[in-house]
Design a protein around this ligand. Sequence first.
Ligand code: M6R
Length: 613
Amino acid sequence: MCGIVAYIGHREAYPIIVKGLKRLEYRGYDSAGVALLTPDKALNIYKKSGKVSDLEAETADKDVHANTGMGHTRWATHGAPNDKNAHPHLSQNGEFAIIHNGIIENYSTLKQALIKRGHEFKSDTDTEVLIHLIEEVFKNNSVSFEEAVRMALTQVVGAYAIVILSKSDPTYLIGARKGSPMVVGIGENEHFIASDATPIVEYTRNVIYLNDGELVIIDNNKLTVKTIDNTIKSPYIQELEINLESIEKGGFDHFMMKEIYEQPRSILDSFRGRTHVNDATIAMAGIDKFEDKLKNIKRLLIVGCGTSWHAGLVGEYLFEDFARIPTEVEYASEFRYRNPVIDENDFVIAISQSGETADTLAALELAKSKGATIFGVCNVVGSSIPRITDAGAYTHAGPEIGVASTKAFTAQVTALILMSLSVAQKRGTISKERLRELLIELETIPSKVEEALKLNDMIKEIAAEFKDSRNALYLGRGYGFPIALEGALKLKEISYIHAEGYPAAEMKHGPIALIDEEMPVVVIATQHSNYEKVISNIQEVRARKGRVIAISTIGDEHIKDHADYVIPIPQCEEAMLPLIASIPLQLLSYHIAVMRECNVDQPRNLAKSVTVE
Ligand code: M6R
């Protein structure tokens, strides 16, 4: 939540910052601001509620020349999204400026104490409290700016990624992180700091991912990393893997559509190099190290939020089907506060596209503290979750910019298919023949997804029929149930139509009361184990005049007698259904949202990466 970007070097800082903020806008977009520090120590701050483009309009006639600066795009937590609460914020004396991603949990106590000592605040944010605190520590202790930042941070409870500059020194910049991500780019006589690597990649490929509790100090082009308890660290400089094309729209109107169309490739990338059909084996190096422990595993827990939780639900079916391990899927936000019964015999898998979701991270830390073995399924390389897990699998979907998760979901499911099969193999719960069959099937999935994408025009026509609906119901059984949940989430988050995903048989225990001729009901009705039962559920909907959109199997002629609209997808193994059946649902929600003139990539009130609880 919130995107931060800073630059210090020989170039004009403003264009780099604004371009970077646009790339980070997926993290929050209710206000934006910049602080620009010129070599002759003029500090110009511009901020505006709304998008980065509103900030650009605001600065069109302003002086934006500077070689040092920082910018912020906000997702409001403390204080309404308006000009006054937009970052950067200044210290009382105007000497220090800060941008911040995260939450200072003890800000209220700190603020009261500062007010008693004469501080006046201009905003309602927790961030402004921190920069006032730094100023006070600086004054009271006669220490350096760097030391004041470090000392102030020892008093702070909460999560942060911050960048701070001091008006008196345009060659100096400090960043720090705890619980919120921060990447430092190292160029030729220049440095970059950002929430992720996307603002940095076109200038340098050399980066440092700051660890929790570390500060980075850039002083006259010299970089130092130290911990908050004042230990100097030797930073690990790594090369970025992402490329520029992967973070641009590439001719599509929206990132979401580009990412939907990337799925044949992203699914392939998720299993490429990990499957060996000839000898029916799976190579997942991290997990293989836990072979002995996995053989005796008694219980598996999966934690995640939103779409990742839906992928977790698919994981539950996979691990129970193939590896015969009792599996529970938990909302990370509930799990972490529930005093869960968990010990060193448990395995916990955290699923997260960003690898930064605060609740998922905290749930995993809790499991770790109780001795469980913790795995991760994450997309963003170097993010917080993979850094604390014992093992895991990157999904290799590439950067996902659209707030609505699409290719990340199918990549997560692919990784979980591989993980469950790998564990099943270790536990001897799957035969070699069956494993080979499934691996062969997996290799066909990218081309089946291509086929499903060809339904786009048909789905657009169906979208036109339903674009004015106020509600929608999504039904499925077995593997169709998480698909229904995910389809409903996609529709509600980008088109603002209320939608519910339900197990098809549960409908008659309540939601059936909602059904009338106005209600679109999307049913996952492919020819798999529960087919006949799903057809019965469709009858129940039709008897109440609901309008049925069936996701069916190509060649199923029978379904036409039961549904108003039929979307036929290629036949596949039931366990791989989420990889194909999700595609038409993503397209349906996309077209409905576009027709309703919604902001598809940046839906209201949302942010891509939820780094606050
Ligand atoms: O980065 P994560 O996968 O941990 O994010 C979890 C959810 O915030 C995310 O899946 C969210 O539900 C998406 N907007 C759904 O499209």
